[in-house]
Design a protein around this ligand. Sequence first.
Ligand code: GLN
Length: 304
Amino acid sequence: MDYQQLTDDLHIKFKDEIDKGKVATYIPELKKVNPNKFGINLYTVSCESYGAGDFQDKFSIQSISKVLALTYALKLVGNKLWKRVDVEPSGDPFNSLVQLEFEKGIPRNPLINSGALVVSDILISKLKNPKTEFLAFVRKLANNKQINYNKDVVASEKAYGYKNAAHVNLMKSFKNIKNNVDEVLDFYYHMCSIEMSCEELSRTYLLFANGGKLTYNDERIISRGRTKRINAIMQLCGLYDEAGEFSFRVGLPGKSGVGGGIVAIHPGKYCISVWSPKLNKKGNSFKGFQVLELFTTRTESSIF
Ligand code: GLN
């Protein structure tokens, strides 16, 4: 398979196609993005990289970072984490509050906002300098010291984050948040503000295609078993109330963010990232979804 040819073809095919999506506006800072940006990058576990379009431009990875926070928290507290967060698909939007009260402050899974806020709370409890240490962890996975938080995005989310504040307060009332509410929100917004290019994203998430080991030095970060579980959670929960559709049409574990990125993993083979900022009604990249669908069709490489 000529992957370079394929990523180029997909880029050409979708570049000028009508995009029915809309850039996220509820975080004002995200509105500033050029809506026509479009990049694709494929990284194989043997460390070959194939990119097309704006694959080296940085963007806000947003919720895609929730997988990294989960990975770090699992390393620190192990299976105890599952007492505070469940592993079921929510079938609801990423920021929905409805289930949380019925289910007594236990989030459905770690990849919706409430779940990632509990994971943030765990990291704050365990780390001395949570923001610095989390960033160092991400940089290690990325093998790149140029990965950073975007302070403007943090400030923008903080100023309009009424719903996230509601989540933390509700969970605090059920005693599923141990730390100060503002501290939890501050960490969570920093985590979401991380910027990466498609190429950096694929490189970082290659860990989950490589059985939990870094490809660049063979260091084990998480066990095979835990890697399997994280991929399973991405498969069932990574695209929120569109996770079923993503499994149906793409057939890979994946994670999206409102910055317009989607990363997908083929265990044992590759990691692919797409960035196109216009989102469909479920908050997932409109074009990104289509590109990934055609990619797994052309390569016949879904996990199913
Ligand atoms: N920071 C965003 C929020 O909390 C993340 C949402 C997302 O990417 N789906 O709303």
